[in-house]
Design a protein around this ligand. Structure first.
Ligand SMILES: *Cc1c(COP(=O)(O)O)cnc(C)c1O
Length: 391
């Protein structure tokens, strides 16, 4: 057993290995075994393990200044905020440390906006099976079965509607509604794509009712699905957006962005001790500069095409369906074998995630190479075959 596990507060299952180093798409454990990583820290390491850009940026920043605290500005945070604002079209940026924290900020902002502009409206419509994080309020905002009742009393004000159903959102809008909060693609639900035009129709609906459209892009942002932000697929601009996961290339940083007119916090309304610290901001800036460079963009597009091709081929030959885009895919089986396939793949040195009993999820580095995609395909096909044959 790993030394120290007796003191580890157990909140999830972990295999009895200890990861000691990583490079690109590979992780290595204490026994020297190598794993091909298609989880990448949960869609976090968008540039793979130990990417030069992030490593250099944080090493340089660490030897300059790590943390000046929230009482003062620092250069990497201001540069990151400016870059995100320019690229998103959302003029105001608050830097936080996790996706859940950014979403908490988004809901607080919506409620403040509701007090000022919509007679105290506070309800944020969210979706069934949507995921927004694990803080107390986000547990209530999240639409996973059983979560609303898990830590009673829950937080009021998050009516749920089926994902992808604009009519259901419209029927749920009332006097107390201040915003609609959706993922452009549901990640934790097993990579669920909405019908074409979903965000566009939500945008129109929100405008008609004078409420806010908030996109939780914690998983889909930072080019995970292709464009820098997934709402770019539909050419709409939300009023509020949250980012996390890929933003720091492995470091904990998240962001809350809002249109200038919506950014209505007053002094004392919001804050964060570590939010916008120089070290993680330097990482975020390095990630942003890397993934928006023309050379990375063309590598990412090639990699995504190759990944789609390989996963489609395997899905087709193994009686599964593929959904997703960019570097975020779900392979959907007709039976609940995803967890068994995941375990088998792990034994063969491939790291995958099974967010649902019948769904495998793929979230590799955005520049995962052809060889790595081919290796993944071989191990995946073999793992599915072994599970289907019960060997
Ligand atoms: C992962 C995730 C979160 C939560 O992010 P944390 O950093 O774990 O708090 C929120 N929303 C979405 C869509 C996510 O995928």
């Amino acid at each position: 057993m790993n030394p120290g596990t007796e003191h580890w507060m157990v909140v999830n299952e972990r295999p009895d290995v200890r990861m000691v180093r990583g490079h690109g798409s590979y992780l290595e454990d204490a026994a020297g075994r190598r794993y091909l990583d298609f989880i990448q820290g949960w869609a976090v390491n968008c540039l793979g393990h130990a990417p030069t850009a992030v490593r250099d940026a944080i090493a340089a920043q660490a030897s300059t200044v790590i943390n000046v605290g929230p009482a003062f500005h620092n250069e990497p945070a201001l540069r990151l905020a400016s870059g995100l604002a320019r690229l998103s079209g959302l003029g105001k940026v608050f830097l936080a440390n996790s996706g859940a924290e950014a979403n908490e900020g988004a809901v607080k902002l919506a409620r403040r906006w509701g007090q000022k502009h919509r007679r105290g409206a506070f309800e944020v419509i969210t979706t069934i099976d949507g995921f927004h994080g694990r803080t107390l309020a986000m547990t209530s905002a999240t639409g996973k079965a059983g979560w609303a009742e898990a830590f009673p009393p829950g937080i009021d004000g998050f009516p749920k509607v089926p994902y992808g159903d604009v009519g259901a959102v419209e029927r749920a809008i009332g006097e107390r509604t201040v915003a609609v909060m959706v993922e452009p693609m549901q990640g934790e639900a097993g990579v669920v794509m909405p019908p074409d035009g979903y965000l566009r129709e939500l945008r129109t609906l929100c405008d008609r009712h004078g409420i806010l459209l908030m996109c939780d892009e914690v998983q889909t942002g930072m080019s995970r699905t292709g464009p820098l932000f997934a709402h770019g697929h539909e050419g709409v601009l939300p009023d509020v957006m949250t980012l996390g996961k890929g933003l720091g290339g492995g470091l904990p940083i998240a962001a809350l962005l809002a249109r200038d007119e919506v950014s209505c916090f007053e002094f004392g309304d919001h804050g964060s001790t570590f939010g916008g610290n120089a070290l993680t901001s330097a990482a975020g800036l390095a990630v942003l500069e890397t993934i928006t460079s023309a050379s990375f963009e063309s590598r990412r597009a090639d990699s995504s095409r190759r990944l789609l091709q390989e996963l489609s081929r395997i899905a087709e030959s193994h009686g599964a369906l593929l959904r997703g885009r960019g570097h975020l895919f779900g392979m959907v089986f007709d039976t609940g074998i995803a967890e068994a396939v995941r375990r088998r793949a792990f034994e063969h040195g491939l790291l995958l995630n099974a967010p649902r009993p019948h769904v495998l999820r793929f979230m590799p580095a955005l520049d995962v190479g052809d060889d790595e995609i081919e290796s993944m395909g071989r191990v995946l096909a073999r793992s599915i075959d072994e599970c289907r044959q019960g060997t």
